[in-house]
Design a protein around this ligand. Sequence first.
Ligand SMILES: CC/C=C\C/C=C\C=C\C(=O)SCCNC(=O)CCNC(=O)[C@H](O)C(C)(C)COP(=O)(O)OP(=O)(O)OC[C@H]1O[C@@H](n2cnc3c(N)ncnc32)[C@H](O)[C@@H]1OP(=O)(O)O
Ligand SMILES: NC(=O)C1=CN([C@@H]2O[C@H](COP(=O)(O)OP(=O)(O)OC[C@H]3O[C@@H](n4cnc5c(N)ncnc54)[C@H](OP(=O)(O)O)[C@@H]3O)[C@@H](O)[C@H]2O)C=CC1
Length: 323
Amino acid sequence: LTLLSQQFSQTESWFHRSAGLQSGSAPHSQLFPPAEGVMLPPESFKNRVVFITGGGTGLGRAMATVLSQLGAQCVIASRKLDVLQQTAEDICSRTGNKVHALQCDVRDPQAVSHCVDQMTSLTGLPDVIINNAAGNFICPSERLSPNAWKSITDIVLNGTAFVTLELGKRLIQDQRGASFLAITTIYAESGSGFVAPSASAKAGVEALYKSLAAEWGRYGHRFNIIQPGPIKTKGAFSRLDPTGKFEKGMIDRIPTGRLGTPAELANLAAYLSSDYASWISGAVMRFDGGEYVSMAGEFNDLRRVTPDQWKMMEAMIRSTKGS
Ligand SMILES: CC/C=C\C/C=C\C=C\C(=O)SCCNC(=O)CCNC(=O)[C@H](O)C(C)(C)COP(=O)(O)OP(=O)(O)OC[C@H]1O[C@@H](n2cnc3c(N)ncnc32)[C@H](O)[C@@H]1OP(=O)(O)O
Ligand SMILES: NC(=O)C1=CN([C@@H]2O[C@H](COP(=O)(O)OP(=O)(O)OC[C@H]3O[C@@H](n4cnc5c(N)ncnc54)[C@H](OP(=O)(O)O)[C@@H]3O)[C@@H](O)[C@H]2O)C=CC1
């Protein structure tokens, strides 16, 4: 027991370090401190197999870490086997639970099928599937080549569809239930300039997951979506904020005054994938510190108005009485 609790506290402190990226936050963000520990009871995922695409880096790695801490046997899959293997070893050495690394380019349906074959012999079919792999970069749409469009939409929309259909069909065949989770983004709903391929593909993923939530409930399958706002990972920020100049603007428009953390996202993903959420299906969970509504409201910039300016404007408005 002592060994186990030592292992857990080591895992926690390692995990906290990897999540500590909060420089530049607004002072009021102290009122919204991220709780970084693992939220669900220990062993919530004991005897469960979890499959995570893009699990070697960033948010995928954070989700694999939390689910492994909660007792899951994780299978992480993406293109770079060396990165996956390093992550698998790191997590496994800290949690004591097996993490398997499988090479898979989700754009290739045959590679996906082969990956699922390999997983089936290693662990059996998964109980939890997290479609997290993605590609993205900022680019004016008039500069996009057909192949640039295809490179993003193939990973995000086709990749998610190939993984979901391959696993879904096999689970249905074996009469096994499962939880499917897709990581999209807040602009899947609104669209966004300069990331049009990503916005279009993520919107497609949401339509797919809502469709299957309705269609495959009868097979014991749940489908949910998390839409994160900005969370500082190397993969995202190196491609979406290459100069580092946009981060302040993001923080300014987030009402909670800070970026999200990988650990917060991982806890939400674990909850939605757990038995505690077995009545949640077809849900779209925005996870963005309030950024989406803050950007959407016509008058939200009035946050900048000072009390003196309000006094003056109130007087002006009141003076219109009867006119
Ligand atoms: C700041 C955060 C705030 C909010 C975040 C909100 C949402 C975040 C969503 C995310 O998805 S973040 C995750 C980002 N992570 C990744 O993108 C990781 C994986 N990415 C990659 O591997 C590459 O970046 C990739 C997507 C370009 C794919 O790599 P691949 O090797 O398959 O592609 P190529 O390098 O061969 O390029 C294909 C095609 O695209 C053109 N291209 C590449 N980069 C650019 C660019 N910066 N601008 C314009 N065009 C680009 C490239 O030229 C190729 O086209 P052509 O063949 O030349 O026509
Ligand atoms: N960080 C953020 O602010 C936000 C992130 N998101 C979403 O969160 C998820 C994770 O992003 P994040 O962790 O930040 O970024 P990362 O770049 O770290 O993660 C993307 C992962 O996708 C994998 N991947 C890319 N292409 C393929 C492919 N063809 N086949 C298999 N795997 C692939 C990459 O691994 P490899 O290179 O080995 O293939 C990588 O592990 C994505 O869905 C992203 O859209 C959404 C909103 C905000």
